[in-house]
Design a protein around this ligand. Structure first.
Ligand SMILES: NS(=O)(=O)c1c(F)c(F)c(S(=O)(=O)CCO)c(N[C@H]2CCCc3ccccc32)c1F
Ligand SMILES: [Zn+2]
Length: 263
């Protein structure tokens, strides 16, 4: 993928040329608004197994040129989805220091400051994420909306390493911690719909769970996220800031988003 995944001539409008699924069906992200929401009493709270990773273990955090992603341990998985889904990686989407509206999903047309995604793959049916990522029931991604509030010590366990992954392909080890701390309190309240990867190749392979309640991080933590990373390598004479790495919301016609809560 070209460096400028989100901006310039190779921006998201150009994705379908090289990645046909990006112009296809079931594309994510979307806007959650009243007339497409339907309450579903069968939507149970998700159960997280093995999310409390000991500090003796380590996660690899890396800058891949268009997001900052952290590989998770294969001992982490989710129950209460149609299949068992094993954790693969988490990454973030954000805006820029002048416009902190970088979430991918929106609620009644409103962006949140940023968004955390925890990518899982269907480990009951597929051996790994690469085999799963282009299958209709292959992936399950949890989305946590981030907004400004008090300093968040749990997010800081990742954010304090940003200075070591400023440039593309840099990586650093992060001591294990309870990934459950990154999620909101109410795991029983979420939006659920079938969608896609929000970056090329945009496979329609994702069962999305977007938690209703945002998580708060401080203004300083958000600024660090918006200013720490570059899309370019450390020796590149023309550094490109890694900002605005969110896809715009996609058309969502004749489909419903199921909600586990009553408005
Ligand atoms: N928003 S999103 O749709 O959740 C989403 C991203 F936005 C995102 F940037 C990434 S990426 O950082 O891997 C860069 C893209 O290759 C992923 N990765 C997925 C899909 C691509 C291949 C792959 C392989 C192993 C594990 C995860 C993934 C992604 F799923
Ligand atoms: Zn994502």
């Amino acid at each position: 993928v070209s460096l400028l995944l989100y901006a310039g001539p190779d921006g998201e409008k150009a994705w379908p040329k090289k990645y046909p699924f990006c112009g296809g069906v079931f594309q994510s992200p979307i806007d959650f608004h009243k007339d497409i929401l339907q309450y579903d009493s069968n939507l149970l709270p998700l159960e997280f197994i093995g999310y409390n990773v000991p500090s003796t273990d380590q996660f690899t955090l890396t800058n891949n040129g268009h997001s900052v992603k952290m590989y998770l341990s294969p001992t982490m998985y989710i129950r209460n989805l149609p299949f068992e889904y094993t954790a693969s990686q988490l990454h973030l989407h954000w805006g820029n220091k002048n416009k902190s509206e970088g979430s991918e999903h929106t609620v009644s047309g409103k962006h949140f400051a940023a968004e955390l995604h925890i990518v899982h793959y269907n480990s009951e049916k597929y051996p790994d994420v690469t085999a799963a990522m282009d299958k209709a029931d292959g992936l399950a991604v949890l989305a946590i909306l981030l907004e400004i509030g008090p300093f968040n010590p749990s997010y800081e366990k990742i954010f304090r390493h940003f200075r070591n992954v400023k440039y593309k392909d840099q990586m650093v080890q992060v001591p294990g911690f309870n990934i459950r701390e990154l999620l909101p309190d109410r795991l029983d309240e979420y939006y659920r719909y079938e969608g896609s990867l929000t970056t090329p190749p945009c496979y329609p392979s994702v069962l999305w769970t977007v938690f209703r309640h945002p998580v708060k991080i401080s203004q300083e933590q958000l600024l660090a996220l918006e200013t720490a990373m570059y899309c370019t390598e450390s020796d590149d004479p023309e550094p490109l800031e890694m900002v605005d790495n969110f896809r715009n919301v996609q058309e969502f016609h004749e489909r419903l988003v199921f909600i586990s809560f009553r408005e």
